[in-house]
Design a protein around this ligand. Structure first.
Ligand SMILES: O=C1O[C@H](COP(=O)(O)O)[C@@H](O)[C@H](O)[C@H]1O
Length: 243
């Protein structure tokens, strides 16, 4: 079996979210110790929301200087600003709005009431990232039941777009159909990528991504390390892994 990175299995979703939150805090603190600042790419989804709540509730959240963290998003649902289905809204409500972040360092993807199309939002985001995609200290990804990461879905043309950092996505099989996403090469420019998964519904995709590497999630390969942080249910179909 070939693996795209280390797999760490936690008992359940609650333990997973708490563990990811504390790893994440330490990762950002370490980056700040080296460079004075840190950057993170956020994701959306149910387990990510739990992680964000755990960050806010963590007694060690003060190890990070929140005013010196750049927050980016790996993907966004192309919906109006403030829509509860936007990944930005989820992260703001769960933790960003409650921490002393620097608003200039929070970089949401443009909403559908601000620009005319996902492609336009993608272009604007690429410009904000700059001519070279930053080597993000940490990039978080959820995984869909179909193996998608960010908004790169199996079989969708956006998955194979190269040469740009951000892509407008149409015909997403998961609503809403219009989205904006980092491309796979931009994702893989991160220093560390952590794929987080919880629940039996993700088990098949986790196994397939780790064993064949063909699904979008299996193509994630950060420059430093790629880690799978999952719970027992999500790990339940891993055939060749002993815990
Ligand atoms: O649509 C999306 O789904 C995935 C996974 O979400 P989940 O609720 O099934 O965990 C998420 O990672 C992605 O950012 C989001 O836009």
């Amino acid at each position: 079996m070939s693996r795209s990175g280390a797999v760490i299995v936690h008992n359940d979703a609650d333990v997973l979210a708490e563990a990811v939150a504390s790893r994440l805090l330490n990762r950002l603190a370490d980056a700040q110790a080296h460079r004075g600042e840190a950057s993170i790419v956020l994701t959306g989804g149910r387990i990510a929301a739990k992680v964000y709540q755990n960050i806010l509730g963590s007694p060690i959240r003060t190890v990070v200087d929140w005013s010196k963290v750049d927050f980016w998003w790996g993907d966004e649902r192309f919906l109006p600003s403030g829509d509860p289905e936007r990944n930005e809204t989820q992260a703001r409500e769960a933790f960003l709005d409650h921490l002393p972040v620097d608003p200039k360092r929070v970089h949401p993807m443009a909403a559908s009431d601000a620009v005319g199309s996902p492609e336009e939002a993608a272009e604007l985001y690429a410009a904000e990232l700059g001519s070279e995609v930053p080597a993000f200290d940490l990039l978080l990804l959820g995984i869909g039941e179909d193996g998608h990461v960010a908004s790169l879905f199996p079989g969708n043309p956006a998955l194979d777009v190269d040469g740009v950092a951000v892509v407008g996505v149409r015909n997403s099989p998961k609503p809403p159909p219009e989205r904006v996403s980092l491309t796979m090469s931009a994702i893989n420019s991160a220093t560390a990528a952590w794929i987080i998964a919880s629940g039996e519904g993700k088990a098949e995709a986790v196994d397939e991504a780790l064993s064949k590497g063909e699904l979008p999630a299996g193509r994630v390969k950060a420059t430093g390390h790629t880690r799978w942080l999952i719970d027992k249910d999500a790990a339940s179909q891993l055939k060749h892994l002993e815990f």
